[in-house]
Design a protein around this ligand. Structure first.
Ligand SMILES: *Cc1c(COP(=O)(O)O)cnc(C)c1O
Length: 465
């Protein structure tokens, strides 16, 4: 009895917590949940400890709300940080479409019900040199749609090279996606070598399609061979099988011309080589919103769009609007490379080293009065998002070593800031790669570093300042 009486009341806790920037029902939910735990606990901690524990829990919860962060990791398409940031033209479109009614499924010419996504499908088809295109929620969804459609009949086998049974990021494994789609995996070749003859031998009466998967996030070297796309196209045609490629990254411009070392195959190239359908992400090298773009033969695209399952994978008006503007930016630009500021993901790849160095010097100058050692370092940025694994983009970093507390503490303080600044530790320094920090954020970075170095900065939970 006494033990339970030691548990503080909700009211008393709320008073001690003071104002919390969370909706009251959330706050109450958390407080009641924690008090419930106390009721079952052996020992009841002191009131102050209960309040301080709750404070940490609530801060962590508040921090988990989706919010802008400053990306100092040097990874441009960082999947954990939301992949491609959108440029001003796309953001303006989003605002206008979000705040107003729009002609999502209304034909302004006839005044009647209209098709959804008609314009963006057409412009994507032009961008990809394809007969037709369709848009799903993401590339994984696009692939599932394709696999389900072509394996819905008695033919279930999908022929794929053992060298392409890849895992992309967390939780996307090609063999598992195939199985989940109802397809039967028919692996051919070996990890390092697969020939057209391997595919040829595997094709039988149960074959539904030939699938190629772009090795987005790794590369094979040494004693390797893979079947040429053009040869596989001939084979597929001979057996009247659809030939599909999951391209993943989906660069529509010549990546080697914008600072990446590797040439990323474009959807147009793949289709020219005889692939019937290609799918790729909207928020990787295209630099648009999350989407899964399917492009290729009109006959197949039309059938996919008629699948009842397509309804469950379709994009909303905001995504379609953002994608439409992104595609316009490519189609309207000289040599198919949009201005750096228009598509930030591709713009960041193109930023020159002298530009980055000049910014780093200015940032370092702005921090000289602080208790921190500042060095301008050399960085190795990456495109990320499971793309261009061989392309290291030379970059410039701002390296910080606080004088009065451990560097790991600075990492946490910056991450807990508002806005959070995400850096990384290397050689006992906190490093911020400037390639992924927009120049417009430089002043903010200075402010956040200043705040993080203040002796009063609240220590992070569990760490010692
Ligand atoms: C990234 C990737 C995917 C998944 O794309 P999402 O748009 O994230 O669903 C699928 N296949 C390949 C080859 C990829 O690189």
């Amino acid at each position: 009895m006494n033990r339970l009486r030691a548990i503080p009341s909700v009211e008393r806790i709320l008073q001690a917590l003071g104002p919390v920037a969370l909706p009251r029902p959330i706050l109450l939910h958390v407080v009641r949940r924690e008090l419930g735990k106390l009721r079952r606990a052996r020992n009841i901690p002191a009131f102050e400890a209960v309040v301080s524990g709750l404070n940490t829990t609530l801060q962590n919860l508040r921090r988990s709300r989706i919010q802008p962060v400053i990306n100092g990791t040097g990874v441009i398409l960082h999947t954990n940080l939301g992949r491609a940031p959108l440029g001003p033209a796309v953001v303006d479109t989003l605002g206008a479409i979000a705040a107003n009614y729009n002609n999502l499924e209304f034909d302004l010419t006839s005044g009647e019900r209209g098709g959804r996504a008609g314009y963006v499908e057409q412009s994507l088809a032009v961008l990809c040199g394809a007969e037709a295109a369709a848009v799903a929620n993401n590339c994984a969804a696009a692939l599932v749609l394709i696999l389900r459609h072509f394996t819905s009949g008695p033919r279930k086998a999908v022929v794929i090279s053992r060298g392409e049974l890849v895992q992309i990021g967390g939780g996307f494994r090609i063999p598992e996606i195939l199985e989940a789609s109802g397809a039967v995996l028919r692996e051919v070749g070996t990890t390092n070598r697969t020939t057209v003859a391997d595919y040829q031998r595997a094709i039988g009466s149960g074959t539904a399609l030939i699938l190629k998967v772009h090795r987005s996030n790794f590369f094979l070297g040494g004693f390797v061979e893979s079947a040429a796309t053009t040869d596989l196209a001939v084979l597929a045609r001979k057996h009247r099988l659809p030939f599909v490629e999951d391209l993943g990254s989906g660069a529509v411009m010549a990546t080697e011309k914008v600072g990446a070392l590797e040439h990323e195959p474009t959807p147009a190239e793949i289709l020219r080589e005889g692939v019937d359908l290609v799918c790729f992400s909207g928020d990787k090298l295209l630099g648009g919103p999350q989407a899964g773009i399917i492009a290729g033969k009109n006959r197949w695209v039309e059938r996919l769009k008629r699948e009842p399952f397509f309804r469950a994978l379709r994009c909303d008006k905001l995504i379609l609007a953002a994608l439409q503007t992104t595609v316009d930016l490519y189609l309207e630009s000289a040599a198919g490379i949009p201005p750096a500021a228009a598509v930030p993901a591709t713009g960041l790849i193109q930023t020159s080293l002298p530009d980055l160095r000049a910014r780093a010097d200015r940032l370092a100058d702005a921090l000289t009065d602080l208790p921190v050692r500042v060095v301008v370092g050399q960085g190795k940025a990456r495109v990320g998002g499971g793309t261009l694994p061989r392309s290291i983009l030379p970059s410039v970093t701002l390296d910080l070593q606080p004088l009065h507390f451990p560097v790991s503490e600075l990492l946490v303080r910056l991450r807990h800031g508002d806005p959070p600044v995400i850096g990384f530790l290397a050689a006992r320094r906190l490093r911020l790669d400037l390639r992924t920090i927009f120049s417009t954020q430089d002043a903010l970075v200075v402010r956040q570093v200043r705040v993080a170095l203040e002796p009063t900065a609240s220590a992070s939970p569990g760490s010692r300042a």
